[in-house]
Design a protein around this ligand. Structure first.
Ligand code: BT5
Length: 233
């Protein structure tokens, strides 16, 4: 997979999107030392200290699925596997955050890229590696804060690329990724509040289905949610 490296750009997802719109047929990776307009979901910001964190996007003209929740989950599990290799315990927070001791260490942004048709998918991954201070309003941590040592950014980068190659090559099965995600999701069986498409829904987190949706038992009946913000009640 070709790797395009940048010092400072607005957003690696944006660069990957442009690449797909140019009509390339091979998957590629975009990495930056710093983003000036790093994106989260729903117009939120992803912040980084220059040179400290892994900021990457994978452009896939032929993704193994166009189900974005599934791809986001697979990316979260891949990041989680890397954390396990460092003996770090991690949790998966639906739809696709990775937490260590309840603090966010990685965020994932899957995006479908359309022109007339769907032309591909971009999966953006931000992993906090060597950054030690975060804005107080963000409940975040990093590898350095958890491990007490610096990690070269190439290490998680190469691991993630290797596993995405497995995903594209069919050596990773998506149902297995969903199972792992589910096993790491600490809210199953608990009463949660989900904010989804502007609505607040309370219920019991009953299951994560094969397509990555969250099944919520509510007083009004079962609901299947594709995206949302989930918190414990
Ligand atoms: C995400 O959004 O978690 C997806 C983040 C994806 C970032 C990557 S970096 C490479 C690629 N290029 C991009 O432009 N984006 C992707 P969301 O679930 O909406 O979470 C965003 C929220 O996380 C913010 O509103 C903050 O509260 C918090 N946040 C911001 N920066 C953070 C950080 N470095 N670590 C932990 N939390 C952070």
């Amino acid at each position: 997979m070709k790797i395009y490296e940048f010092d400072v750009i607005p957003s690696t997802n944006e660069e990957a999107r442009r690449y797909l719109l140019e009509g390339h047929v091979d998957p590629a990776v975009f990495v930056a030392q710093h983003q000036t307009a790093g994106r989260g979901r729903l117009g939120r910001e992803w912040k980084d200290e220059p040179g400290k964190n892994l900021l990457m996007s994978i452009a896939m003209p032929n993704p193994p699925t166009s189900e974005l929740p599934l791809l986001g989950m697979a990316a979260a599990v891949i990041v989680g596997e890397y954390l396990s290799s460092l003996s770090l315990a991690w949790e998966a927070k639906w739809p696709n955050d990775v937490l260590v001791k309840g603090k966010k260490i990685a965020g994932i942004l899957p995006e479908a890229i359309w022109s007339d048709n769907l032309i591909g998918v971009v999966v953006g991954i931000g992993l906090n590696v060597n950054q030690e201070a975060f804005p107080p309003e963000v409940k975040a941590t990093s590898l350095k804060l958890e491990l007490g040592m610096e990690i070269p950014l190439e290490q998680p980068l190469m691991y993630i690329i290797y596993r995405f190659k497995n995903l594209l090559g069919g050596e990773i099965r998506l149902p297995d990724m969903v199972s792992t995600f589910k096993a790491r999701f600490p809210y199953l069986g608990k009463t949660v509040m989900v904010v989804s498409e502007g609505e607040r829904i309370e219920g019991t987190a009953a299951d994560i289905l094969a397509d990555g949706t969250l099944l919520l038992d509510t007083p009004q009946g079962e609901m299947q949610l594709r995206w949302g913000e989930v918190s414990l009640r």
